[in-house]
Design a protein around this ligand. Structure first.
Ligand SMILES: *Cc1c(COP(=O)(O)O)cnc(C)c1O
Length: 224
């Protein structure tokens, strides 16, 4: 199937209120334009340089979402244009985003990334770290970032019950943070969870943003 057929069929399986992030990492601008011409406007990248290069070449009504691990020294390259950073995993990173957003006279929307998988390798905060971050004076003084929700990646496994449990865990973290820190903030709404292999489970468990790459653009080739 073509990119546009893939997008159309995925979109029909999304419940109202769930938005699709088309994960275009490693894929050329032509592939992104094909998706764009079907009406897709949100694209996700995991590398700063690649995202900045594509931003420069592609239509400016695209919403760029950074979904991969972000180093503080690279924030400046995306601060002028990024729409949503899914991968905030430290106070230090959030503070850098705040400063770079201020320089650009913007407010940058961010998600807190949680470690919900059983693998050691996946990035993300623990619940305790998130509470420390959100209770800190430094966070509360920030004026150029807005935390709009949470993100997580489930374990890479064929065990659907395990994946479902991990998504439920993320949803319960979301609920707890909302009650504790965001009751007066109606913009705290996003639950970024679900990829090509598990997005249907994620939607059943309350996802509002699914990040789908290979089911749209085909398998990625990392060798080049
Ligand atoms: C690559 C990536 C995705 C998309 O993965 P697919 O399995 O190709 O859909 C989603 N989220 C993150 C954080 C990624 O790095």
């Amino acid at each position: 199937m073509s990119i546009s057929e893939n997008i159309t069929s995925i979109k029909t399986s999304l419940r109202p209120g769930v938005r699709l992030v088309a994960v275009s990492k490693t894929k050329p601008t032509e592939a992104i334009l094909e998706a764009y011409h079907t009406g897709q406007r949100i694209f996700g990248e995991n590398k700063v340089q690649e995202m900045a290069d594509k931003y420069a070449l592609l239509p400016h009504d695209i919403e760029w979402h950074l979904i991969g691990h972000l180093q503080t020294n690279k924030v400046k390259y995306i601060a002028p244009f990024v729409s949503l950073i899914h991968s905030v995993d430290s106070l230090k990173l959030l503070s850098t985003i705040d400063k770079e957003a201020a320089k650009n006279e913007r407010i940058i929307d961010c998600l807190l990334q949680f470690h919900i998988a059983s693998e050691e390798t996946k990035f993300g905060l623990s619940e305790e770290e998130a509470h420390q971050l959100l209770a800190s004076g430094e966070y509360r003084a920030m004026q150029h970032i807005r935390i709009t929700g949470v993100m997580g990646m489930a374990t890479f496994t064929s065990n659907e019950e395990q994946i479902r449990e991990e998504f439920r865990k993320l949803k319960s973290i979301f609920n707890c943070l909302k009650e504790t820190y965001f009751t007066a903030q109606p913009h705290f709404t996003e639950l970024s969870m679900g990829m090509s292999d598990d997005y249907l489970i994620a939607i059943e468990e309350g996802s509002t943003l699914v990040r789908i790459g290979s089911s749209i653009f085909g398998e990625r080739n990392y060798i080049k």
